[in-house]
Design a protein around this ligand. Structure first.
Ligand code: F6P
Length: 374
């Protein structure tokens, strides 16, 4: 066995990455006698052979810290932005770095794109293992992801804080949460924070229905409302409008022209979806109530990891080392029924993980009267 294991964190940062880095860094030497070669700033550091300096103290004192000591970036070897050159293909450089350091394998901790990139490198003959991280919890084949638990806590606490100001001013308060195209974080935090309305990308909304739900509250003398909204929410009218455009395009155009118009339609769709301000304006108009928006954004990625994320990251990190010991590569360490399990990367890559619309969380929320804007 070659005595070195590569390690990097890629994609967006989140709390819990350092806990995973620590688990891997501490155990790999103790159990397997291997050295860790850690790369700075994700795949960019791999391509550029930028090593994070490691000594005996490197993996101590980081369990409870946010972000990633290794640094991260969204760059991928196959499309790397270099100032003055634009996008270059750095795959060969990445492979040379792996060869140069005699890496037995490469552990990539990251989100969806990182899983894809690891799978790509696997296709080039690299022994990869991945760990799932995402405050969005949007990675397939795992019940949860590093960072989600902490973001859920942060978001819930923020919603709790918005209650008093909404109540005092008798306002509608819309809180927007990250999540890309998945509503897990908004749904979880919305429920835990007692939001009256929860809008997620999986359920296109109707602003008039939301206004009706708020009017019912007003008539019951509840003079404030909290609405948890995911980024990238979709108004129902856009679904039908863009649907009509798409089918007209499919009817009247063929080949390249159809593809190009389809691309333009997609562009408009992306531009118009996810506008929380648009929703706020319409609700103010329909209800006559003052409406304010709070965007939590990057706050959700900051801070110390929760106890749950520290436990998760430590378990995933040590499970990863067991896989290295068994030479089991080409897998992501996911969580299934609460336990770490290896999942072949091809079952992860390109597989979406939307919130199922009959998910138990949604069913419970409906039973306590939460409106989903339909
Ligand atoms: O994937 C995590 C995430 O925080 C998403 O929720 C958000 O849409 C995105 O990253 C923002 O990414 P960036 O750091 O590239 O702005």
């Amino acid at each position: 066995m070659k005595k070195k294991l590569g390690l990097l964190t890629a994609g967006s940062d989140c709390p819990g990455l350092n806990a995973a880095v620590r688990a891997i860094g501490k155990e790999v030497k103790a159990t397997l006698g291997m050295e860790v070669v850690a790369f700075q700033d994700g795949f960019q550091g791999l391509v550029e052979d930028r090593i994070f300096p490691i000594d005996d103290t490197s993996f101590s004192g980081i369990l409870a810290t946010g972000g990633t000591i290794l640094g991260t970036s969204r760059d991928r070897p196959q499309r790397l932005f270099v100032a003055g050159k634009g996008d270059i293909d750095g795959t060969e450089n990445a492979l040379q770095t792996i060869e140069k350091h005699h890496l037995e394998g490469l552990v990539c901790i990251g989100g969806k794109e990182t899983q894809e990139t690891a799978y790509y490198l696997m296709g080039k003959g690299v022994n990869v293992i991945t760990l799932p991280k995402a405050i969005d919890n949007d990675i397939a084949a795992t019940e949860t992801t590093i960072g989600f638990a902490t973001a859920l806590e942060t978001a819930t606490e923020s919603i709790d804080r918005l209650h008093s100001t909404a109540l005092s001013h008798h306002r509608i308060l819309i809180v927007e949460l990250m999540g890309r195209n998945s509503g897990w974080l908004t749904l979880g935090a919305g429920m835990a924070g007692g939001a009256d309305v929860i809008i997620i990308p999986e359920i296109p909304y109707n602003a008039e229905k939301i206004a009706e739900a708020i009017s019912v509250r007003t008539h019951a003398r509840k003079n404030f409302s909290i609405i948890a909204v995911a980024e990238n929410i979709i108004p129902q009218e856009y679904v039908s409008f863009f649907g009509r455009l798409e089918s007209a395009n499919a009817r009247i155009r063929v080949g390249r022209e159809r593809e190009s118009v389809s691309g333009q339609i997609q562009g408009f769709k992306n531009q118009y979806r996810g506008s929380t301000a648009y929703l706020a304006n319409r609700l103010e108009k329909f209800t006559g109530l003052e409406t304010r928006v709070a965007i939590l954004g990057y706050i959700l990625r900051g801070g110390a990891p929760s106890a749950g994320d520290r436990l998760l990251a430590t378990q995933l990190g040590t499970a990863c080392i067991s896989l290295v010991a068994d030479h089991q590569y080409g897998v992501m360490v996911g969580i299934h029924q609460g336990l770490p399990v290896p999942v072949p990367l091809k079952q992860v890559v390109g597989v979406p993980k939307p919130v199922p619309i009959n998910h138990p969380w949604i069913l419970s929320a409906r039973r306590v009267g939460t409106c989903f804007g339909e």
